[in-house]
Write a protein of this length. Structure first.
Length: 140
C-alpha cells in the first residue's frame, strides 16, 4: 500500500504509515453518523480495540459526513471513538480515492504491519473472528 497523508484539524497532516507499521493489524474504517450499520460497527470496533490494542490492533476511522474538523471531533466523542480518527468528504478525494474504493459506507480494510490489505468489509462476528484468529496465529 502506498504511503499517504490526509489533512485534519486545520490542515495538520495525519500520516498513516507510522500507525500501520507500528501495529500488527490496522483497521481502516469509513463511516458516517447517519449510517446505522456504521454506528453498530463503531461499537463492535470499540470492543475489539479494548481487547486487542495492547497486542497491536489499531483502528483508524474516516468519517465521511460533510463537516469541519470541530464537528468531526464532536462526532468522534459522541460515538465514543477513542482511537485515531479523521474525516474525508464523500466522494473521498485525493490519494484515498486512488487507494480505496469508497462509494458508500460502511467500508473497511484490514492492513497488516507490512502494509498489505489482508481483509475487507468484515462486520460483526466476521470481524471479531478474523481479528481473534489473526492474533491467535501471531502467538503461535
Amino acid at each position: 500500500m502506498p504511503d499517504f497523508t490526509v489533512r485534519q484539524n486545520g490542515d495538520i497532516p495525519f500520516d498513516f504509515y507510522p500507525i500501520i507499521y507500528k501495529n500488527e493489524l490496522t483497521l481502516l474504517e469509513f463511516w458516517a453518523s447517519w449510517c446505522a450499520p456504521c454506528i453498530q460497527a463503531n461499537k463492535d470496533i470499540a470492543i475489539l480495540y479494548n481487547q486487542y490494542k495492547d497486542k497491536g490492533f489499531a483502528p483508524v476511522s474516516f468519517n465521511v459526513d460533510r463537516m469541519t474538523d470541530q464537528s468531526s471531533q464532536g462526532l468522534a466523542k459522541r460515538f465514543n471513538i477513542t482511537w485515531a480518527s479523521t474525516y474525508q468528504d464523500m466522494p473521498v478525494p485525493g490519494i484515498l480515492s486512488r487507494v480505496f474504493t469508497v462509494t458508500s459506507v460502511p467500508v473497511n480494510y484490514l492492513v497488516n504491519k507490512r502494509g498489505i490489505i489482508v481483509a475487507k468489509n468484515l462486520r460483526g462476528d466476521q470481524l471479531k473472528n478474523f481479528v481473534t484468529n489473526y492474533f491467535t496465529t501471531l502467538q503461535q
